[in-house]
Design a protein. Structure first.
Length: 135
């Protein structure tokens, strides 16, 4: 996916797994912070306004905010019969595991989607590829 921001800080997007029965969700989030760079985070939310916990994060150094789509960032969530595992990619090809938990921890997901957050609501997320496969 491409993320384009205006450099005001705290622009982010996420791949989200969602439990429609409870309203809970877990997001695998990429944030681009002006001056401090990229941070990938796995975080749980009780609903859209109530943060629950941050499971894991990785700060990956300084980055310049792109003003046009140019950088490929990959997000991947894999669920098998036992675990849910969260991965990120800096180049869309090499995957790095960020976090893993037992399947159905915190929620029982039945949906997947995307979330976007911006400091001033001026952000673009471009999805180049999205695929759901059976384990």
């Amino acid at each position: 996916a491409n993320l384009v921001g205006n450099g005001q800080g705290n622009d982010r997007f996420a791949l989200v797994i969602y439990d429609s029965g409870s309203g809970k969700f877990i997001g695998l989030d990429l944030a681009l912070f002006t001056g401090t760079g990229q941070t990938y985070t796995v975080a749980a939310w009780t609903n859209t306004t109530t943060f629950s916990t941050s499971y894991s994060s990785a700060a990956l150094g300084t980055a310049t905010f792109p003003s046009s789509p140019q950088s490929k960032y990959g997000l991947r969530v894999v669920t098998d019969s036992t675990n849910t595992t969260y991965y990120f990619s800096l180049n869309g090809g090499t995957w790095n595991q960020l976090f893993q938990h037992s399947k159905n921890t915190f929620l029982t997901p039945d949906s997947v989607g995307f979330g976007v957050g911006a400091f001033d609501a001026n952000i673009i997320m471009q999805v180049d590829s999205f695929k759901i496969t059976q384990p």
